[in-house]
Ligand binder design. Structure first.
Ligand code: FAD
Length: 454
């Protein structure tokens, strides 16, 4: 963008939003152009200079639509941002342009019996509090729920607390409806439901910017946050599989870690007394604690401790990508891969990884229910040894039947959307962002596939 046209865009945005609704100083432009891309040593280098030309802070649907119209008229790229806790540079404006920070669109709009509607910039933790005050709770939240926004979770996340019962974000009716601001020739707000919503989930805001969303609520449960440990990783995984399969036991989180992670965790809080044992971090219905205790005993498990639901670190602070965070705190050389192991072959696959890579790879698993069956999401940690080693590791995992999602690319197709249904996303992108102004460079297939689907 030329200096003159940027100045014109900034003038129009300031007229729309007021001086308080736009940031053009270097400090905020840089800070709000970043997410947790640095979890990847590859992206840390590739994206280090990415910076927006301006950050805007819409407060209402009208503000948002006004921003879309100005950007459309001037052909300026727009990248949505929630709290910036996403990985893979999802919310980073590769070619500059405008970052649309949604965090001032943060109101709970309505809570009904079994559902909640909120503006997209509302923090998940605040929504959970609001839902609990109504005797209900969210079905799904990422482990970053205190900071992350619902729009960011829907467009950048995959699952988390609750997936042990409700699966991935895009499964079943985990999202009821969404209001989307489009980047068509005449930008507009459209209401999406069913399959049309599913198409824009985990799309990195490449098909439109969510203004508000409606998600289902579950009845409020009294949860216990507990840690057990097991003598072997195999015993911990067998326990986790059985617990996740048992639909009589209410559960939100079933996280298993290899014992070698324990020293990385124990720096934060002593979780497991004997560091040769493998921890299971659980959020389970308090009324089912006895049943959980009986089940753990069958696999040689012992109770280690309970953790507070609200005081950090909580159990979920050691789950999902928080595991990478602890590892990197202990040693910045650690990096990660997200992977899905085949539940029927889990012991064999883990053994094959061990045989090939020994103690250099550390395993962490989330057990979830996906498509009505138990599934096993894996997070592998190791100390980065270069791109060639990463390629070799990914190839090896593929060969032994482990599905890998690559967190070292900015492309949505490399990320965690495990159902790999890209065509509806490409269609939505073609319809709602025909000129590719939204988060450019993230939806690779849209360039390749648009011709086929339009
Ligand atoms: P951002 O990072 O701001 O944005 C994420 C993506 O969504 C970007 O592409 C952005 O452009 C787009 N976006 C944001 N708002 C909108 C909008 N209104 N409309 C359209 N597009 C939008 N993820 C999980 O799924 N589960 C986990 O348990 C989990 N744990 C994590 C732990 C750690 C320590 C870290 C660093 C990350 C973790 N993540 C997890 C990833 C991330 O925290 C979640 O995806 C989170 O929900 C993102 O929310 P956010 O508001 O920070 O989104």
């Amino acid at each position: 963008m030329t200096t003159n046209s940027l100045a014109a865009v900034i003038d129009e945005l300031t007229a729309l939003l007021g001086a308080d609704g736009i940031a053009i100083d270097a400090e905020r432009r840089q800070r709000l152009s970043r997410d947790f891309y640095w979890f990847s040593p590859i992206l840390e280098v590739e994206l280090k200079d990415v910076i927006a030309d301006a950050i805007v802070f819409p407060r209402s649907d009208d503000d948002l639509l006004g921003v879309m119209r100005i950007a459309r008229r001037h052909g300026v790229p727009l990248t949505a941002r929630g709290a910036g806790t996403g990985n893979y540079g999802q919310a980073m404006p590769l070619g500059g342009g405008i970052v649309v920070d949604l965090t001032r669109m943060n109101r709970v709009l309505e809570i009904g019996d079994g559902w909640l509607r909120a503006q997209a910039g509302a923090r998940m933790g605040a929504l959970e509090d609001a839902a609990r005050a109504s005797g209900q709770e969210l079905r799904l939240m990422p482990s970053t729920f205190e900071k992350s926004t619902i729009g960011g979770f829907l467009c950048g996340g995959a699952g988390g607390i609750g997936s042990a019962t409700y699966g991935w974000l895009w499964e079943g009716d985990n999202v009821h409806a969404a209001r989307l601001a489009t980047a068509e020739t005449e930008p507009r707000l459209i209401d999406l439901q069913g399959e049309d919503v599913a198409a824009v989930l985990h799309s990195y805001g490449g098909c439109g910017i969510l203004a508000d969303v409606t998600v289902p609520l579950a009845p409020r449960t009294d949860w216990a946050h507990v840690v057990y440990s097991f003598p072997t990783l195999a015993a911990a995984c067998d326990f986790a599989r059985e617990l996740t399969a048992d639909t009589r036991i209410a559960k939100r989180l079933v996280s298993i870690s290899e014992a070698t992670i324990v020293p990385l965790f124990n720096g934060a809080i002593p979780l497991v007394t004997d560091e040769s044992r493998h921890p299971a971090l659980l959020i389970v219905g308090r009324e089912h604690l006895n049943a959980v205790g009986t089940l753990t005993a069958r696999f040689g498990g012992v109770f280690e401790r309970a953790l507070s639901e609200s005081r950090h670190p909580t159990v979920s602070d050691f789950s999902y990508n928080h595991v990478t965070l602890w590892a990197k705190k202990a040693d910045p050389a650690y990096t990660y891969l997200q992977a899905s192991f085949d539940i029927a072959r889990m012991h064999e696959q883990v053994a094959l990884v061990k045989e090939r890579y020994g103690a250099t790879i550390i395993h962490h698993f989330e057990f979830i229910r996906s498509g009505g069956a138990v599934a096993m999401g894996g997070l592998l940690l190791w100390k980065f040894e270069g791109a060639a080693h990463l390629e070799e590791l990914m190839r090896f995992l593929g060969e032994i039947g482990v599905w890998v999602s690559n967190p070292h690319t900015v492309l949505v197709e490399g990320g965690t959307r495990r159902d790999q249904r890209w065509e509806p996303l490409y269609r939505a992108k073609a319809a709602y962002d025909p000129d590719g102004l939204l988060n450019p460079g993230k939806v690779y297939g849209s360039h390749r596939e648009l011709a086929k689907v339009t």
